[in-house]
Design a protein around this ligand. Structure first.
Ligand code: HEM
Length: 490
């Protein structure tokens, strides 16, 4: 064929036109397909593995089934990590979710909050906590509201909280001791933390009022992820009605304070003391009220569940319990009978602080921290598309064997060593770090002090099953416990 002259070539093409056309087209299509496949494979090399499941629904049914089991919601993540590796993606109700398992990933996302990434809340959440809540306020007002809310939660402002929480706890433990019966540690801690936070925020001590607010705030909490359908009888409807009642109560309290009928040394009073300030230096009433409700919702279950896990970990690890008791008895030995703990005492609990850290590491009551990518980007070489949901997987990070030797061992002394940045993030990090972090930590230390210096305890049901459909992992049993007074205890 190489020797064919022009005319012969023309004739050849003419005679075999159909055949040649088919051959050229086939060759072209083959080249196209092969190069596309190569490109796809190249892309797959840096794309995140995982199954997207059914169109739109994705893997929602597996997710719900995990959350409805006694292994807990995190089982969904654990299994996929076994199947696909550390980084994986999934689809839930039309949104792609990526689970981010590394300190580098956590740092990248949390230091770019409001820039490349932001927190997004489902609509009903905003209906319940309100538009001015830290949970739902847009970036600019979030910054201002947070700045103005923060002071009462700083370590320096929590002296009074320490003393009042301590007194409340001593009385309640005494009652349980006198009663001598088994009780649910979780239930006890839910009531204790709710009452303590309510007292800190609005100086409320009246038992009736506390229970009414508690009931309504539980109703709101139960409705947070409900379908927004304002029909009597639905969870959404009940939640909205409960929010209305709560707002009415908060309004009455604010009015009483403003009229001078009532004055307290609490969070609310510190907010109202700015009434005469310029508008960017004070919060308006709806900002105050939305955020009081936000604190109640964000602070109660998280703190109570962490306390419950702490009691469980100490029961499982008696040598840690003994060492902690030794430190705490040392603090109480120099005190008069009937003493109250002070912030200085709390600050001196160096082993207690490590027990608290280790509890927060292992309990992971907030499993992951969700953010949305606002632009296409890459994290650690993985391709992230605009609109994808990135879940910073604190639970994985806290159990990563590269960061923590024997991660399933409850070992407070591991915190004698300096930790890698972003390896312990139970309260998140960056502009959205938990605002109640100090309050939760001091409450845990006071709780540990009173429990170990006054009592020994037995756990009356060792069942490790988790509560079904719970936002926050908690034992299904609620951890039934019986207290025994400590011989020679204070
Ligand atoms: C052991 C107890 C607690 C744990 C483990 C915890 C954990 C967290 C975490 C991880 C975040 C950030 C989530 C994210 O970045 O997506 C957060 C935010 C928040 N927490 Fe806590 N929390 C606890 C107690 C409290 C308490 C006692 C309060 C208030 C009384 C509180 C109020 C808040 C609020 C208002 C936010 C939102 C902050 C913002 O978006 O600016 N938390 N918490």
């Amino acid at each position: 064929m190489m020797n064919l002259c022009k005319e012969e070539l023309f004739l050849f093409i003419n005679a075999y036109y159909g055949f040649i056309l088919v051959a050229v087209v086939s060759l072209g299509v083959t080249v196209l397909l092969v190069s596309k496949d190569v490109r796809l494979r190249e892309r797959r090399d840096i794309s995140i593995p995982g199954q997207l499941g059914l169109p739109f629904f994705g893997e929602i049914f597996s997710f719900l089934s995990a959350s409805n089991s006694t292994k807990g919601t995190y089982e969904f993540v654990r299994l996929r990590r076994l199947w696909y590796g550390l980084w994986f993606k999934t689809r839930i109700l039309g949104k792609i979710h990526v689970f981010v398992p590394s300190t580098e990933g956590a740092k990248r996302i949390l230091t770019n909050e409001f820039g490349l990434f932001k927190k997004e809340f489902v609509k009903p959440m905003g209906d319940f906590v309100g538009k001015k809540s830290l949970f739902s306020a847009p970036a600019e007002s979030h910054k201002r509201i947070r700045r103005l809310l923060s002071d009462p939660f700083s370590m320096n402002s929590l002296h009074r909280f320490v003393e009042e929480f301590d007194n409340m706890l001593v009385q309640r433990l005494k009652k349980l001791e006198e009663n001598g019966k088994s009780f649910s540690m979780l239930e006890f801690c839910m009531k204790l933390t709710f009452d303590a936070i309510c007292n800190m925020l609005m100086g409320i001590m009246d038992e009736n009022l506390l229970r009414q607010i508690d009931r309504d705030s539980k109703c709101v909490s139960d409705a947070l992820l409900s379908f927004p359908l304002m029909i009597p009888g639905t969870r959404y409807y009940k939640g909205i009605k409960a929010r209305d009642r709560l707002m009415e109560r908060f309004r009455e309290i604010i009015d009483r304070r403003r009229s001078g009928m009532e004055c307290q040394d609490d969070f609310l009073q510190s907010m109202l003391s700015r009434d005469s300030y310029p508008s960017d230096e004070k919060l308006d009433d709806s900002e105050i009220m939305d955020n009081i409700l936000t604190m109640l919702l964000a602070g109660q279950t998280t703190t109570a569940a962490t306390l419950m896990w702490c009691v469980k970990f100490l029961d499982d690890n008696r040598e840690v319990q003994d060492k902690l008791r030794e430190e705490q008895l040392h603090i109480s030995q120099n005190k008069a009978r009937g003493y109250s703990l002070s912030m200085e005492d709390v600050k001196s609990m160096s082993y207690g602080v490590k027990v608290v850290k280790e509890t927060l590491r292992m309990a992971n009551v907030v499993l992951w921290y969700p953010r949305v990518a606002l632009e296409d980007c890459t994290i650690e070489g993985f391709e992230i598309k605009k609109g994808w949901r990135l879940n910073i997987d604190a639970s994985y990070i806290h159990y990563d064997p590269e960061l923590y030797k024997d991660p399933t061992q409850f070992n407070p002394l591991r915190f004698d060593e300096i930790q890698k940045p972003y390896s312990l993030i139970p309260f998140g990090s960056g502009p959205r770090t938990c605002i109640g972090m100090n309050l939760a930590k001091v409450a845990m230390l006071v709780f540990l002090h009173r429990l170990t210096t006054g009592y020994r305890w037995t756990v009356d049901d060792p069942d490790p099953s988790l509560e079904k459909k719970a936002f926050v992992p908690r034992l299904r049993s609620g951890l039934p416990v019986t207290l025994k007074p400590l011989e020679g205890g204070r």
